[in-house]
Design a protein around this ligand. Structure first.
Ligand code: SAM
Length: 259
C-alpha cells in the first residue's frame, strides 16, 4: 500500500512542483538558487569513504525496530551493509542539510535518529556547530561513537535511549535550537509529538527538516498538519523531505520544489 501511495504522491509532487520563475519572495528566490540548486563548497570525501566502508561491511548487528510503535520492539539481526543501504541519508541530502544549516549559521543542532552517524558528521563540519543526536539502538550507538572518534569530533553528543523518554529530558535545557532534523520514528503520532516539543524551542531563524514525508499516508498527514502549524512561517516540500521555517519575518507560504 505504501509503495502505491509513494508512486501516487510522487506523480502529484511532479505535477505541482514549480521552479524559480514562480517564486516572488526575494528570500525564497535566493534560498532556491543558492541552497536548493547550489553546491556545497566543503569537502566530505572522508565521510563518504566511511559510508563506502559501511556499505561493504557484512558484520551482523542486532537492530530493534524503534520506528514502530514504542510498545512493540522486533529484535532482528541485520548486516551493517544492509542498514547502510536502507537507513542512511544519501550524500546529496546530507549536503543539502549542511547548506541549510550553514545558511542560518546554525550552532545548536538536533538530529533525531543517528543510525551510524553519517549525517551527524556532515552537520558537525559546520563552524561553531554543536550536534546533539539521538539513537536508541545500542549496536548503532557503538558504531556511531566509533565513527565520531575516528573523525576526532568533540562537537557531537549522542543521547542514548528511546526518544520518547530522552527528548523531553534533553529539552529541559533551555538553549534554543537553530536546526533540527527529524529522521527517527516515521509514524504520525511520534512525529507530531516530537515536533510540538521541539517547535517551542526553535530560535528566531530556526529550521526543522522532516525526512521521508511521503513514506506512508500517516507521514503525509503529519507533514500536511505540521506545515500549517501556527509556529511555522513557511514550508518547502522536496518530496523526500520537508523544510519548515520558524522565521517570523516570513509571510506564510508553501512551495513545492524538486531537488
Ligand atoms: C533513518 S535512520 C537515521 C539516519 C541518520 N539520520 C542518517 O542520515 O545517517 C533512523 C534511526 O532512528 C532510530 N530510531 C527510530 N525510532 C527511535 C526512537 N523512538 N528512539 C531512538 N531511536 C530511534 C533508529 O534506530 C534508526 O537508527
Amino acid at each position: 500500500m505504501n509503495t502505491l501511495f509513494r508512486i501516487q504522491s510522487s506523480i502529484k509532487h511532479w505535477l505541482d512542483k514549480v521552479d524559480e520563475h514562480s517564486i516572488h519572495s526575494p528570500f525564497f528566490y535566493d534560498f532556491y538558487l543558492r541552497i536548493i540548486r547550489g553546491e556545497t563548497k566543503s569537502h566530505f570525501t572522508d565521510i563518504e569513504k566511511l559510508r563506502t566502508q559501511l556499505l561493504q561491511n557484512n558484520s551482523i548487528i542486532k537492530l530493534k525496530d524503534l520506528g514502530d510503535t514504542s510498545a512493540y520492539f522486533k529484535s532482528e539481526d541485520r548486516s551493517i551493509s544492509k542498514i547502510a543501504h536502507t537507513s542512511l541519508t544519501d550524500a546529496k541530502y546530507c549536503e543539502l542539510f549542511y547548506r541549510i544549516a550553514e545558511n542560518i549559521e546554525a550552532e545548536n543542532i538536533v538530529e533525531l535518529g543517528t543510525s551510524m552517524g553519517i549525517t551527524s558528521l556532515y552537520l558537525a563540519q559546520l563552524k561553531k556547530s554543536r550536534v546533539t543526536t539521538f539513537e536508541g539502538n545500542p549496536d548503532l550507538i557503538n558504531i556511531a561513537k566509533t565513527n565520531f572518534e575516528l573523525f576526532g569530533k568533540k562537537n557531537i553528543e549522542i543521547i542514548e535511549g528511546n526518544i520518547d523518554q530522552t527528548l523531553s529530558d534533553y529539552l529541559q535545557n533551555p538553549a534554543k535550537i537553530d536546526f533540527a532534523l527529524m529522521d527517527a520514528n516515521h509514524r504520525y503520532e511520534p512525529t507530531v509529538r516530537y515536533f510540538n516539543w521541539i517547535a517551542k524551542r526553535m530560535s528566531d531563524t530556526g529550521i526543522i527538516v522532516i525526512d521521508d514525508i511521503y513514506r506512508s499516508p500517516e507521514m503525509a498527514k503529519a507533514w500536511n498538519e505540521l506545515r500549517k502549524h501556527d509556529l511555522v512561517y513557511s514550508s518547502v516540500d522536496l518530496f523526500t523531505c520537508g523544510i519548515l521555517f520558524f522565521d517570523l519575518s516570513l509571510t506564510k507560504q508553501h512551495f513545492i520544489w524538486s531537488y
